[in-house]
Design a protein around this ligand. Structure first.
Ligand code: 5AD
Ligand code: SF4
Length: 480
């Protein structure tokens, strides 16, 4: 019997694939600290590191909120923490490698602090193969908990503290939608707001539908209430989060969709609304019109294309072809000519030919995206694409990536150049990375701007005249 066979609460790939028609419960005000846990973290510190996407960023806010109700205090020095939580990402192999490196590092820390608790959560915790590897090779891990198990964290910490063996609780089938969990928001002016969890698309390369479960939408009323509270607290921006925001509401069957939701959110008068990520298949023209209908919905759309070739798109299970993507893209360009559009692209999908890759280059050339996140395909255990034979050399894949990135840079510069001389609205984030006399913030189109200004403008929306475009950022002067 392997270590893994002893674990009953570990992830299960087969169970993670299942999608039932059953409605999930939406649970309000159910969170309670178990008896005696309110002081568990008193006088102790935690270090929380987040990998991956905004869904993880938002989950980390809940984890931090829960830990602070237990008395823990956050520190950013991993070497001196009593509890280390790694909220992990499984999207590509290199994301996982980074986490295993960090887990290895913590082994040494345990020599100095034997009471140190190491917890692994997030998308890697949902993977059967990863948990197996942890149990076999990284036995200094104390706790593994899944993306559906965050609300059990106090109970699990108690257990991990008492037991010598690793504590594992990973539900492969999604739980209820838990409203009203504690949260410690990372920012005072910009907030993440989940509108839905999970994903039902099952793109053949992607691990997310397995790690995040079935699509579950939050009720419109709960989302609006959260945004209204953020407005009261002085927040300037919300980003509505979902793996595929365009399928929001499908599971609720209450007769409203993403377009209806975003129009309602706009009525809260939060100054800025963003949303991510969009999926071209579920993105209707009516949703484009809804985005275009209110001034506080930002003209910025992240619209992953993944490939410009229809055969590859079919193999990827994207459910749209090149022409259908372009139809949507053209509609957005026509109705929102000033909107910024960015994308995600995977090169080197199994057996991608030179000609098929050229279609990706040509769609990029046509769309002239503001920016793109580009990746070499990384096989993910348990996904259909990982079983496909692949005749493309790694060198060929990285050459394609380089060529594509050259075009990404060229078009990014071209898009940024259009801003030179314009006066734009910037929500000030705070001092820039380079100097505390230079502030940085984002335009409505999500362009990062650096400009000289006093730091008390943080959290304000100011006018900036763009003086110089660079590939990734804009420089400007404060004008009011
Ligand atoms: N390999 C490479 N890139 C991937 N992505 C998702 N899965 C993989 C994978 N297996 C990319 C997609 C997605 C982005 C978040 O990550 O482009 O849109
Ligand atoms: Fe990474 Fe995807 Fe999980 Fe986000 S949902 S943390 S991108 S694997």
């Amino acid at each position: 019997m392997t270590n893994y066979d002893k674990i009953f609460n570990g992830p299960n790939l087969k169970a993670a694939r299942i999608r039932t028609k059953e409605k999930v419960n939406i649970v309000h005000d159910a969170y309670e600290l178990p008896l005696g846990m309110a002081d568990f973290g008193k006088g102790k510190t935690y270090y929380l590191k987040t990998y991956g996407c905004q869904a993880n960023e938002r989950d980390s806010e809940t984890i931090a909120g829960i830990l602070e109700t237990m008395g823990y205090q956050e520190i950013d020095d991993i070497d001196h923490a009593d509890l280390i939580v790694l909220n992990t990402c499984a999207i590509r192999e290199n994301a996982e490698d980074k986490v295993f490196g960090k887990i290895g590092y913590v082994k040494n820390l345990k020599k100095f602090n034997p009471n140190l608790i190491l917890a692994i959560c997030g998308c890697m915790a949902q993977e059967e193969s990863v948990v197996n590897k942890i149990l076999e090779k990284y036995q200094h891990v104390d706790l593994v908990f899944g993306t559906h198990n965050i609300n059990h964290l106090p109970k699990l910490l108690q257990q991990a503290n008492q037991e010598k063996d690793v504590t594992v609780e990973v539900f492969s089938t999604e739980g209820d939608v838990q409203e009203d969990l504690p949260a410690k928001r990372a920012d005072k002016y910009k907030a993440w707001v989940n509108i839905m969890y999970g994903c039902n698309k099952f793109c053949t390369y992607c691990i997310v539908p397995y790690t995040r479960g079935k699509e579950r939408s939050r009720l419109k009323e709960d989302i609006i209430k959260e945004v209204a509270e953020l407005v009261d607290q002085g927040y300037q921006e919300v980003t509505l989060l979902g793996q595929n925001v365009n399928s929001y509401g499908n599971d609720l069957e209450l007769g409203y969709d993403f377009g209806d939701l975003i129009k309602e959110v706009a009525k809260t008068n939060i100054p800025r609304i963003r949303f991510t990520t969009s999926h071209p298949y579920d993105f209707t023209f009516a949703m484009v019109d809804a985005i275009n209908s209110a001034d506080n919905i930002m003209p910025y759309i992240h619209l992953p294309v993944q490939s410009g070739n229809s055969e590859i798109l079919k193999l990827m299970g994207r459910k749209y072809d090149r022409e259908q993507y372009l139809e949507l893209f053209n509609y957005i360009k026509k109705t929102m000519p000033n909107a910024a559009i960015t994308t995600d692209i995977i090169v080197g999908f199994p057996n991608e030919t030179d000609e098929q890759f050229e279609d990706t280059m040509s769609i990029y050339d046509y769309c002239e995206y503001d920016l793109a996140y580009t990746f070499v395909y990384s096989p993910r255990n348990g996904t259909p694409a990982a079983k496909m034979a692949d005749n493309v050399d790694l060198q060929v894949k990285s050459d394609r990536l380089r060529r594509l990135n050259d075009m990404v840079n060229e078009k990014a510069m071209k898009a940024n150049k259009k801003f030179e001389g314009r006066i734009v609205e910037v929500l000030v984030d705070g001092p820039s990375k380079k100097s505390d006399k230079v502030m940085s913030g984002y335009t409505r189109e999500n362009k990062l701007v650096n400009f000289a200004a006093p730091s008390d403008l943080t959290g304000k929306i100011v006018s900036v005249k763009i003086t110089e475009a660079k590939t990734w950022t804009l420089n400007g002067e404060l004008v009011g």
